[in-house]
Ligand binder design. Structure first.
Ligand SMILES: *[C@@H]1O[C@H](CO)[C@@H](O)[C@H](O)[C@H]1NC(C)=O
Ligand SMILES: *[C@@H]1O[C@H](CO)[C@@H](O)[C@H](O)[C@H]1NC(C)=O
Length: 162
């Protein structure tokens, strides 16, 4: 990650897309990665903030050790952090998955335990099982939440595999 990209990411996180109106437009759609027959677009579904995400190796053969970059300003403390993933294909629910990211006795990442108001930036691997994405278009809903079930980040993504 070079410093220009870090500056851009921080700038993106810190710039509201509109001037604090109560009914505002949705957050812009971002491209997390494109290439290798796969395209991943996402949009924050947290009305209060946007966040930055990019996936380093884009391929429909998802590697077990995938490098990502993720940046967000924390709205909540994250002593514990969980990720819920829901996969939807052609309007029907295909898969629900829940994954612990930070647990008190088992912090998997350096940012575990950070406090509300702090900015976290993670660049590194996320372990997964690896998978060949079947051709198609998928919708994915992602939600990060803490020990009090308070939303830390939320996104809806579209994955297009050709
Ligand atoms: C996110 O959801 C909104 C509302 O359903 C939809 O209009 C938008 O296209 C979705 N964005 C992505 C990147 O999937
Ligand atoms: C996933 O969760 C949603 C909401 O709780 C539920 O409606 C859906 O049936 C679940 N899908 C699967 C495949 O279990």
């Amino acid at each position: 990650m070079n410093s220009v990209a870090v500056v851009l990411l921080v700038w993106t996180l810190a710039s509201p897309s509109s001037g604090g109106h109560t009914s505002r437009e949705a957050w812009p759609t971002h491209l997390a990665c494109s290439g290798g027959g796969l395209e991943v677009l996402y949009q924050s579904c947290d009305p209060l903030q946007d966040f930055g995400l990019s996936i380093d190796q884009c391929s429909k053969q998802i590697q077990p050790n995938l490098n990502i970059r993720f940046g967000i300003i924390l709205r909540e403390d994250i002593r514990k952090l969980f990720l819920d993933i829901a996969l939807i294909s052609r309007g029907s629910s295909v898969l629900n998955y829940s994954y612990p990211i930070c647990e008190e006795d088992l912090p998997k990442f350096s940012f575990c335990g950070r406090r509300k108001g702090e900015q976290i930036y993670y660049a590194g691997p996320v372990n997964n099982l690896g998978l060949d994405v079947p051709q198609g278009k998928y919708e994915i809903l992602l939600e990060l939440y803490n020990e009090n079930r308070a939303t830390v980040a939320c996104a809806n993504a579209t994955v297009i595999c050709s």
